[in-house]
Write a protein that binds this ligand. Structure first.
Ligand SMILES: [Zn+2]
Length: 417
């Protein structure tokens, strides 16, 4: 007996037969497969739509204006204002080409040119909490992580606040490189002086400087300051909406003062000539900064309690100390800062600061593109000039408020080279 060959060929035959005759799917199985294919397609379309449209949708809905204007009234000498400047905008947070004019948001290079604006500080926002408010926030949630994901930024940016912040710095240099000379980034007195002299013969030239809104992006490590100095950051607000390793926020849970780490950060900033922005700091943090250093300070975007009393605004005592140090107060263009939704409200806060500490120490701190509804976008600035005239300021004083003071403050206080 030799049964083996017969057994193998029987087996092969059986395998071949089963390959040739697959199990016929039932009607339900066919329908299920069809359903899954459609579902996959739908998910793919939804994902593409999300990544294409969500960043623009968020930008449009977070950065609105009270007044949409196309041709604002302009005093005859508006375009002769030598240097219009603003201390604070968050345009780098959004997925925008700032070399193109946009019909939404608040500031981009073509709109700066249209508004005769010379200089804008671009500030870096790297983490904001869910349910953001001006009274109490903790640091447990991170809305910018979601935004970074929706904007398809590098996966590193989804998780690292430092990476996000440095990428925003780089984005400003990229804008400069692609601008064909129309826009530059300034980080020293010499560069600012050069820009001023070139702009005297070409009013289309624009410039920006980098600032930080919330030093949590240093990852609680003083040694990370150098990377941001090297990236061109020239002022830092220690806290944003929550208390952090450096100090208390006006909108945090404890609202404490400077920590020991915070003190070492201020000393290091002083040694590098990096300026301190008091915006969003708790009153105790501001007191502690004044006790620690004699440096001139600025508050980049605020209102004053004397006109608009709330937790984010500046007290008379702090205002007086900023004045004594020859510092600078940037007044905002949005309702929470100035308790009003028009240029008149901003002009009233400016008048208050000028009367208290002098017209040489007040400036614009719009908070353009800071997830706020501003009175108007940058092209509406002529309306602010009208409102300042109504407040009784004369032309030379308006030159200072609209930007001359910012120019002079940075000419005095930026690193020399
Ligand atoms: Zn802010």
């Amino acid at each position: 007996m030799n049964p083996e060959p017969a057994t193998i060929s029987q087996l092969q035959l059986s395998v071949n037969v089963s390959r040739l005759s697959p199990k016929i799917p039932t009607l339900q199985e066919k329908m299920l497969r069809k359903f899954l294919r459609y579902l996959l397609l739908l998910l793919l379309i939804a994902a593409i739509a999300f990544f294409v449209f969500a960043p623009g949708y968020i930008d449009r809905n977070f950065n609105k204006v009270t007044l949409k204007i196309s041709n604002p009234h302009k005093v005859t000498w508006y375009d002769s204002i030598p240097f219009i400047a603003d201390l604070h905008c968050d345009a780098l947070l959004w997925d925008r080409n700032n070399l193109k004019k946009h019909s939404y948001g608040h500031v981009d290079i073509p709109r700066m040119q249209e508004a005769n604006m010379a200089f804008q500080v671009f500030t870096i926002v790297s983490k904001t909490p869910r349910g953001i408010n001006i009274e109490h926030n903790d640091d447990k949630t991170d809305q910018i992580a979601l935004l970074s994901f929706a904007q398809l930024r590098s996966p590193k940016d989804w998780f690292s606040v430092k990476s996000r912040a440095l990428h925003q710095c780089e984005a400003l240099y990229k804008t400069a490189r692609k601008s064909g000379g129309a826009f530059r980034v300034i980080s020293s007195q010499a560069a600012l002086q050069q820009f001023i002299s070139e702009r005297n013969s070409n009013k289309q030239l624009t410039a920006g400087m980098l600032g930080i809104e919330g030093a949590h992006c240093l990852n609680d490590d003083v040694s990370n300051l150098q990377a941001f100095y090297d990236a061109g950051v020239r002022y830092i607000g220690l806290t944003h909406f929550f208390d952090n390793a450096w100090g208390g926020s006006a909108h945090g849970i404890n609202k404490g003062g400077l920590t020991e780490k915070g003190k070492s950060l201020i000393r290091k900033m002083d040694s590098l000539h990096m300026l301190i922005d008091l915006a969003h700091a708790s009153p105790q943090t501001i007191d502690d900064i004044f006790a620690l250093t004699q440096s001139p300070v600025l508050i980049s975007h605020t209102g004053v309690k004397g006109i608009c009393d709330n937790t984010r605004n500046l007290s008379d005592a702090h205002l007086a100390e900023i004045g004594r140090r020859n510092g600078l107060v940037g007044i905002g263009l949005w309702e929470t800062a100035v308790c009003g939704t028009d240029a008149a409200a901003t002009a009233k806060n400016i008048r208050y600061v000028a009367d208290k500490i002098g017209v040489d120490k007040v400036a614009l701190g719009s908070d353009f593109d800071g997830a706020t509804t501003t009175h108007f976008d940058v092209t509406g600035l002529p309306l602010l000039v009208d409102a300042l005239l109504k407040e009784g300021f004369i032309r030379e004083e308006i030159y200072k408020i609209m930007g001359g003071n910012v120019r002079d403050f940075f000419l005095r206080n930026l690193p020399a080279k």
